[in-house]
Design a protein around this ligand. Structure first.
Ligand code: HSE
Length: 437
């Protein structure tokens, strides 16, 4: 067998531990696929205790990231530092030292991708980040290499395991949001800062990468509409069930007449759709191409071994490219740099959707007609209405499902309705991804 390809890993946290485990326990099968061993030459972490837990061979563990980057033996650097400051510097230093880089760092790729792609190209090295989106699901490889004959029309995904786990537990057991979040953190799914998971930021980072890769352009993550799940209550999840739906934190991207609709928000999806049946920490991404039609990818979106599996997949692909002399040839974002075009993101106000609206109003004559009047004036057609409770003069839930309506009109109608004296609590608005009946 040929000489080993040497890997240097920086960041021995949850995913780092998964990568070490896979490279150790599956060394034989990896070597048979690659044609040479993939050797873990260096592992760096500032925390010496973490390194000790990994039980590495003598001389492999170091506490300085640059000792990995500057080690002449290391050919591929795995950056698992997270965040976008030190990780960015280390990645640029690795490129400069002629090393290929593999990462799981979605925040870094979403925020500084363009700079890093250019730097990798200038250095003639590879930059791969399969683990950044969908954990163990090889979604980026599929978009980059599988759908190259298609114009991608739509990408729709559950791409944050923590948020999906929380919504699933809340739906199944009527559990409290905070308790379920604490459990997800204990299981090692949540980001260091859980706001990234529950406020949709992590999903937006992943969507930005998917959009750029699927539609062949640059995306500023700040241009995406992002709404998290912190305001979703067990009551809304019960109403969703009444409408035959589940609530999922969806990343949605659609090509509409040359513009891209790109948004992240809790979404009601009919239970009959496969994506509505994706529960717990599992992720799913549905990609529709103009030729291939609809496709669906499903798997674990978080966790040490699933994410580690995606990192090792990138390592093997990079190592194969090194062996064949083609390293750095694969465009990281599927399109050649010069083939990428500016993407126009549709303003959220112009998006058209179905809407679930949960109003809390005083039960007295004329209230329903006042609400209906506001909807009518804004050109919004009501599809279904549920009023729960029969408490004359007391607050009751008035739930409305609309036909297709424009976001700006719905927002204006909600503002107008909330100003009515009969409304006693803030409204819940959840967009619905379903066919209009
Ligand atoms: N916190 C992320 C999630 C980890 O829950 O999906 C994987 O990116």
């Amino acid at each position: 067998m040929a000489n080993a390809i040497n890997v240097g890993l920086i960041g021995a946290g949850t995913v780092g531990g998964g990568v070490v485990d896979i490279l150790t326990t599956n060394a034989d099968v990896i070597a048979r696929r690659l044609g040479c061993p993939l050797r873990l030459a260096r592992v760096a972490d500032r925390n010496a205790a973490r390194l000790k837990e990994l039980d590495l061979p003598d001389g492999v563990a170091v506490t300085d990231a640059l000792a990995v980057v500057n080690d002449p033996d290391v050919q591929i650097v795995v950056e698992l530092i997270g965040g976008s400051t030190v990780a960015r510097e280390v990645t640029l230093a690795a490129f400069k030292a002629g090393k290929h880089v593999v990462t799981a760092n979605k925040a870094l790729v979403a925020a500084h991708g363009e700079e890093l792609f250019a730097a990798a190209k200038a250095a003639g090295v590879g930059y791969a980040f399969e683990a950044a989106v969908g954990g163990g699901i090889p979604i980026l490889r599929s978009v980059r290499e599988g759908f190259t004959g298609d114009r991608i029309k739509e990408v729709l995904g559950i791409i944050n395991g923590t948020a999906n786990y929380i919504l699933t537990e809340m739906t199944e057991y009527g559990s409290d949001f905070a308790d379920v979040l604490a459990e997800a953190q204990k299981l090692g799914y949540a980001e260091a800062d859980p706001r990234f998971d529950v406020e949709g930021i992590d999903t937006a980072h992943k969507l930005a990468i998917l959009v750029a890769m699927a539609f062949g352009g640059q995306v500023n993550v700040d241009d995406l509409y992002v709404e998290g799940i912190t305001h979703i209550t067990p009551t809304d999840l019960e109403y969703a069930e009444v409408f035959g739906c589940k609530v999922k934190l969806l990343a949605i991207a659609k090509e509409q007449d040359g513009r891209i609709e790109a948004r992240v928000h809790p979404t009601m999806v009919p239970e009959s759709r496969l994506i509505a049946q994706v529960d717990g920490v599992f992720n799913a991404i549905a990609v529709t191409g103009d030729k291939v039609g609809p496709t669906l990818f499903y798997g674990r979106g978080a966790g040490a071994l699933a994410t580690g599996s995606a990192v090792v997949g990138d390592l093997v692909a990079t190592a194969r490219a090194i062996r064949s002399g083609g390293a750095g040839a694969m465009p990281p974002m599927a399109f050649q740099q010069e083939g990428r075009r500016p993407l126009v993101i549709m303003p959220m106000d112009e998006v058209v959707s179905l809407y679930y609206l949960h109003f809390t109003v005083v039960d007295r004559p004329g209230v329903l007609s006042d609400l209906a009047g506001v909807f009518g004036r804004h050109g919004i057609s009501i599809a279904k209405v549920i009023q729960d409770g029969q408490a004359h003069g007391q607050s009751v839930s008035l739930v409305i499902m609309t036909h297709r309506a424009r976001e700006a009109s719905v927002q204006a109608a909600v503002r107008e309705i909330e100003a009515l004296a009969a409304v006693t609590a803030p409204t819940t608005l959840i967009r619905v991804e379903a066919d209009d009946e």
